[in-house]
Design a protein. Sequence first.
Length: 383
Amino acid sequence: MWDAIKDVTQPMTVDSTRVSAALRFGKRISLCLCVLLFSFPCRSQQAPAIGAEKSVLPDSQSIEAFPSGEQTDQQRFGTISGTVVDQSGARITGALIKLVRQDELPGAEVLSDENGQFSFSNVAPGLFHLAITSEGLAPQEFSGNMHPGEAYVTPLFRLIIATQVTEVHVGLTREELADAQIKDQEKQRVFGFIPNFYVSYVPDAAPLAPRHKFALAWKSATDPVTFAAVGVVAGFDQAGDRWGAYGQGTRGYAKRFGASYGDVFTGTFIGSAILPSVLKQDPRYFYKGRGSKRSRILYALANSVICKSDNGHWQPNYSSIAGNLAAGGISNLYYPANDRNGIGTVVTTALIRLGETAVANIFQEFVAPKMTPNLPSRGAGQP
């Protein structure tokens, strides 16, 4: 019985083993066929692509890449242009502008034309440096970065007034430098004869020592043009019978002249010498000369009530305000008794002088430099 069972089961075992082996073999064959089927199309597609790349790439470079490269070379150069003016806004002819490259490329030099304009062409892109000089004016420098093909326009170059000691100012004390700058200021006369000593065209001028302030006040108060101006004012006062108690005739005119000159003398010394020395303030107007007209007007108006201190900081102009009040109070000592009005006259006189200062500052900012032939910049020297 057991033998019969073995005879029946043994063929079944052999057949199942063969079937399993056949199945495994079939799977391997199928896998190989799939690999072959999927690999051949991929290779057939890649081969033409490689061939196409080899045949098309050189043609595309010769048509597009090289011309575009040449076009980039032509467009990478640019221009640098600008305008040079002096402190009054007048165009400067013949100013020397030097172009210095910071990438070791060669620079160039040009002169400004009759309109104060200059231009450099075919400038390679990158960092550059400009040095602007003109005889008698402060040199200026400017650095920038020009992009490929850019038409670079620089800011307006405004060369300020120079002092004659700039070339040798190294080693000088502050007072010695102030001495030289004051000498330059004393040459400033509107129309060539009207004194204009209390204006500095050097923005960082050396601070004044007390002796400078008193010397400047004395020179201004005793200038012949000052006496002539006081004489004209006294004449108008007499013609209008102002300060009637003084009377008419030569005596009346002399009294009016003395009163008017007293106002000028006390106002100048108290507001421009005594108080500035005590409070360490600078009595000068510092010319701005740049920016919009509106900003310059506001600057001029503000300078009637603010000033620079001796350390260069801006602060309320206590010297001028208190000086005007003090001068108005002193004037009550010699005005006719009938024309005095106590504190009212003092305040009114101070306010009038404050308004006069504001108007004078606007004149200094926009008109005076154009009408002053003896500015330091007209001579030799640099700031």
